[in-house]
Design a protein around this ligand. Sequence first.
Ligand SMILES: *[C@@H]1O[C@H](CO)[C@@H](O)[C@H](O)[C@H]1NC(C)=O
Ligand SMILES: *[C@@H]1O[C@H](CO)[C@@H](O)[C@H](O)[C@H]1NC(C)=O
Length: 236
Amino acid sequence: MDRQLISLAVAILLAYVGPGRVVEAVLTPQQIENELAPHVGNTSHTPQFSPNEIRNSTCWGRGDVRYRTLDGLEFSYNTPTTKRGIMVMPWRLLPWWVVTIQEFFNGGPKTRIDEVYVRCSGQYFRADLGHTVALWYWSGTVWVAIPPPPPPLIFAGGDVTVGAFAPRGFTISCHAVPMTVNVYLHSVRITMTPLHSAANLGVRGICGDYNGDETNDYSNLEPLILPLWKPLLVPP
Ligand SMILES: *[C@@H]1O[C@H](CO)[C@@H](O)[C@H](O)[C@H]1NC(C)=O
Ligand SMILES: *[C@@H]1O[C@H](CO)[C@@H](O)[C@H](O)[C@H]1NC(C)=O
């Protein structure tokens, strides 16, 4: 591996982390892929499609930690710091996903979203959330910082663009999915289109099944013995 690239990455890392800041564990894309792998391709279940009209919808997780599913169910849950939250992933293969990591807030037991990992069009991004957001992309070997505020940045030949999102956040636009991920403060917002509704065997994860019916979404992520086809947290 290129020594200069490593030095550059380390220099950028130090510039971002600054003195006195605790450096938390940073995952590699492969680690996340490995954790998601057991849940991929399990079509032992297909979601019920409700006749309710499905429009573009936004799912979010924010603060300590409040969620809204794509079908509009809102709930609070202290997502464990030891687990990744799977916000969205598809039913077959793993071409895109959004995964979170939590930290304790005010010493706990409250938690809040600390990091967001995004995959789409072969690109990986990592957002370190807080009063300001640090965004990184995966070079193939290291995480490389994207300085804020970014000019519109283009990845994967235009399939992915990254821009600024107020306040002090970023927008990752995954045009090929399509999916838009906004990261700011301790928040992540994910907008999907009806292409990913249950009728099209779209999404699963904490954001729910996007079938137009909020009553079958999980508001309590606690019963962790969930079927493989319905992953919410990894490892289980
Ligand atoms: C839904 O999302 C797509 C993709 O982001 C966008 O092109 C379209 O304009 C949106 N439609 C509405 C009604 O907001
Ligand atoms: C799919 O998930 C179901 C329920 O968790 C499980 O019984 C089944 O063995 C899984 N199938 C595969 C191929 O992993």
